[in-house]
Write a protein that binds this ligand. Structure first.
Ligand code: NAD
Length: 312
């Protein structure tokens, strides 16, 4: 096996993914890269390169320099940030993917992981237990870019035999790295504010139910789909993936069991409209059947783990 390159390694997922892949395959087999330099400890923890995912030559050079044959493309503009700069979001989210797909088509790399999102669904999608195959009319630029990306992944697989694998992540919750501008970021912030202030003002309304997942589960799913035998990965657009779903009111109630007196109030902003266009819960039967996906964390278990790690 050649080496692994992570593009966008300094982000919420990339940081954890880099750690996990180094534990699994060895420190020097995993090259972390990002358009910005990570903090000193991250850069010192293994090979690190500054790479702009939009620069085809830079990506190709680092692949050749390190004899890379697997790429995890985590660079993107997330849902809330993308709405503020739609043209740039489209450019970054699409062209970074084309560069990597074209490098695989040219035989320079063997395998790609590219994350999609529940944002591929839209207001006309069935909201509960959203199936793998259903109406998909995303209304955000982020969702449009992810849905287009899925189509291109499947196209490159079918026409050129590119081994690309993908998951539609729900909102991801983690304690070690801050989230990067998504609509589900409240579910991370709430733990920090619960511990520091004993109260939280949520940018979504109390009954806004969204699909969520703890980072440990998301990282394990990512590693597992990449380790699956190619014939086990039957869907080459992107897999639905699910662990839990909850509302701001429900997460606040569970936090309140650990931090008595914790209070929440609500001041919905522009992100409410994005959240309202997304599913409330996801059906992931295909991932469970095809490559054995099983989640470990529900809301109670995640809350205990988050508070244990974040407690001063
Ligand atoms: P993030 O914003 O925390 O991290 C993205 C990283 O990409 C950042 O470190 C950023 O510096 C880097 N980056 C930006 N532009 C770049 C460029 N031109 N070249 C190289 N690096 C660049 O995002 P994340 O939460 O880690 O998400 C990673 C992927 O997972 C994205 O594709 C995102 O859409 C997807 N995803 C995330 C979530 C979530 O809840 N975090 C949910 C669904 C899908």
């Amino acid at each position: 096996m050649g080496n692994i390159l992570i593009i966008g390694a300094c982000g919420q997922i990339g940081t954890e993914l880099t750690k996990k892949l180094r534990e699994t395959y060895g420190r020097d087999k995993v090259i972390a890269s990002d358009v910005r330099k990570g903090d000193a400890a991250f850069v010192a923890a293994g090979p690190f390169e500054v790479v702009n995912a939009l620069d085809f030559n830079q990506v190709q050079d680092v692949i050749e320099k390190y004899n890379v044959d697997e790429v995890y493309l985590m660079a993107a503009l997330l849902s809330a940030t993308a709405e503020k700069n739609p043209a740039f979001a489209w450019d970054l989210n699409m062209n970074s993917l084309f560069h990597v797909l074209n490098l695989a088509k040219a035989g320079k790399i063997k395998k790609i992981f590219w994350p999609s999102s529940i944002a591929v669904f839209g207001p006309t999608t069935p909201k509960q237990n959203t199936p793998q195959y259903t109406v998909m009319e995303p209304s955000t630029v982020y969702g449009i870019s992810k849905q287009s990306g899925e189509r291109w992944c499947e196209y490159y697989h079918n026409l050129y035999g590119v081994d690309v694998r993908s998951i539609r992540y729900p909102g991801l919750i983690s304690w070690s790295t801050p989230p990067g501008g998504g609509t589900t970021d409240y579910a991370v912030d709430i733990y920090h504010k619960a511990l520091s202030d004993g109260k939280y003002t949520c940018f979504l309304s109390e009954e806004t139910r969204l699909p969520m997942m703890y980072m440990d589960d998301a990282i394990r799913a990512t590693v597992e789909i990449m380790q699956a035998k190619p014939e086990g990965v039957k869907i080459r657009s992107s897999y639905n993936l699910s662990a839990m779903d909850f509302t701001p009111k429900e997460i606040a109630e569970v936090i309140g069991k650990h931090i008595p007196g914790f209070t929440i109030d609500y001041a919905p902003d522009f992100r409410q409209k994005i959240a309202d266009s997304w599913p409330q819960s996801i059906n992931d039967d295909n991932a469970r059947k095809d490559w054995g996906w099983q989640h470990e964390f529900d809301l109670e278990k995640m809350t205990a783990d988050m508070l244990e790690h974040l407690a001063p």
